[in-house]
Design a protein around this ligand. Structure first.
Ligand SMILES: [Mg+2]
Length: 193
């Protein structure tokens, strides 16, 4: 299915955060180099579970992700290009909604407030599930019809729940699903406005 202009309803849209709004992999690659002397190039990250595609001990990968979970501001996690501009524009029409598998809500909510400022985050909704599975329940509970996520298994699960799941194109989901795709925030913008 291909998306067209205004296909995404602004008042019924939710976002995953990591690797959709946040450039989590830029931060991961930077910390791998700075703190462990391990060089990773983006093209190497071809699996959602990075230890399946990188020659890196699971404990090191988990340690880096833990840092980005507890202190994304301190470790300099950035937004993906264009995310701030488009989220600000969407927020003029409807409150922003985020559902993340992260277990801790406060650090990532603080990061969103830090990156997006007020008033964009004043009325945002955020759910930290603490689990990669079961996002459909939360999407349904918020009454959202459209959701953007980079984990194709999540999107396929949402699709079975009659939610319009849109895959944010990343190397680890490329060619692994049949769902609608956005390649970047310009694509998201063009489907929203
Ligand atoms: Mg994600």
């Amino acid at each position: 299915m291909n998306l067209h202009k205004k296909d995404i309803p602004l008042d019924s849209l939710g976002f995953d955060i990591d690797c959709v709004v946040a450039d989590t992999m830029e931060a991961f690659i930077r910390l791998a180099h700075e703190e462990h002397g391990i060089t990773v190039v983006p093209e190497q990250i071809t699996r959602f579970n990075v230890e399946e595609c990188l020659d890196m001990e699971t404990a090191i990968a988990d340690g880096i992700f833990h840092k980005l979970m507890v202190d994304p501001i301190g470790y300099g996690m950035k937004m993906l290009p264009g995310a701030r501009r488009v989220l600000h524009k969407i927020q003029h029409h409807a409150p922003l909604t985020f559902i993340t598998a992260r277990p801790e809500e406060a650090p990532i909510a603080d990061w969103l407030r830090h990156e997006l400022g007020q008033p964009a985050t004043a009325d945002m909704q955020i759910i930290a599930m603490g689990d990669h599975d079961g996002k459909g329940e939360h999407v349904k509970s918020l009454g959202i019809s459209h959701f953007i996520d980079d984990r194709h298994e999540t999107c396929e699960h949402l699709d079975t729940r009659d939610i319009t799941a849109i895959v944010y194109d990343q190397p680890w989901n490329h060619g692994r699903h049949q769902l609608s795709v956005v390649r970047n925030w310009q694509d998201i913008h063009d489907c929203c406005f």
